[in-house]
Design a binder for this molecule. Sequence first.
Ligand code: HEM
Length: 521
Amino acid sequence: LLEFRRAIHSVGWVPLLPRNDMTESYPARHLPGPRLLLNPMWFLGQVIRRALPPIRYMSREPSWMIKGGYQDFAAAGKDAIALAGVFPTPRATIFLADAAAIKEVATSRARFPKPLRLYSALSVFGSNIVASEGEEWKRYRTITAPAFSERNTRLVWDETSRIMFDLFDNVWGDSPEIVLDHCVDITLPIALFVIGVAGFGRRVTWTSDLIVPPGHQMTFKDALHILSSNLGLKIILPNWAMNLTEHTRRVNLAFSELKQYMVEMVDDRRSAETKEKCHDLFSGLLDAAHDDPDGGVAITEQELIGNTFIFLLAGHETTAHTLCFSFALLALYPDEQERLYQQIKGIMTELNGIPTYEDMNLFTLSLAVLYETLRMFPPVPGIPKYAAEDTSLTVDNADGGKTTFPVPSGTDLQFHVIALHYNPRYWKDPHTFRPERFLEEWPRDAFLPFSAGVRGCLGRRFFETESIAVITMMMLKYRVEIKEESEFIGETFEQRFARVTASEQLLTNTPGRVPLVFKRR
Ligand code: HEM
């Protein structure tokens, strides 16, 4: 009975039950928000929810953060809500859309660590920097951070330029227009090729790498492509289930093939007579592995592979989907596209040649377009933490006041990145695509696509470099428009916007279908 009462109280459902000192500290007592039957953080509950039609009070649909934006917070009148469910374990999660409270949590790593139980699936590839905490994370961060060097960033720029010109010259050729049913058909391969060369040290291109090397059953490119397009499956399904269908067996094969390629790469580097200096992330980790001052092993082979895999996971889809949304937004807002083109054209006239890495910072509007895309469609809509000690937080209310609420040790928290990015207290006209806002004074603490604090994204510069190169070079050569389709003739701008930018919360915020036409300038 006591357990039951605790459960009911913990989700703040029954105000009829008497309050006492114990229940007074439950956050759901102090914060408004949805009260549900299924705990929204329960993975199986999400699967059940996907299979059923919407039933009020049962659960939130998996993409609720993307679809709801700031709505829940507006309804609550404050920038924190508690989402609570009773089954299978009663738990409340506090969602934050207040920049100051988020900053406090993000910068207090010991007080608010990562809840590793939510990350355990990411360790299928080996222990790694994303799915670790404490001393283990510190060690990974020390080893991996130097790999994201200036030389690596330069490599990203040079290789992205090469990949884009290869696309224009050898794949799209002289065609005056290229019609794509879904823009990810080019952004996923671009991001994959860049991570292939600047992450794994293997150059993969649109046309090369067709022969399977001896001892392998797949080319490196195929293994990388199959695994990266099906990472979600590999993460979600247990090993035995991966053997059930032809498709999942192929994904498993891609996984072990990629692992084998990496083991060979380690062996090659070890036995190479002349140590050629490479600047990809994998080589950076390898160097760190040999730089242990005590002569010991700074990072085991397993950890090396686990961390390289996590770069693929963290950097591939996030980048490809952001680029896809950027092109969609540029097509939806032709005036913004023209402004961007004029800036690029102006800079190019001055440069008189292909832009180099040193010129990257001149393309301020390209970066602003990417930031505005990340504000509107952040790839990671929610970032989880938990309280490691009894504490409290304070957030702003819609009426100008403040709410301070207890956060007992063990409480789950999440940064609601989408709500923060659409919070009208920080962003004027948050639903309008206006890249120029990032050329003016802008609220830095209310922009969280890469998280913040010491657990912030390590690949931010990698992403920015690659994506500025892609957007800039594409705009220079092509104009992008929404593909006209007979079934959508007569739709309003709002309907078109909603159709083209519709997305789902899968591994990351995933665009549904973005049909575009690239027209040669
Ligand atoms: C649009 C592009 C990207 C976005 C939006 C993004 C977002 C994020 C976010 C939100 C986190 C924190 C995750 C958490 O707290 O669980 C993170 C961490 C991380 N990201 Fe990214 N990321 C992007 C690109 C990349 C790229 C290209 C790489 C590598 C090539 C990368 C590598 C990492 C790593 C290693 C971490 C873990 C850092 C740590 O825990 O110390 N990311 N990223």
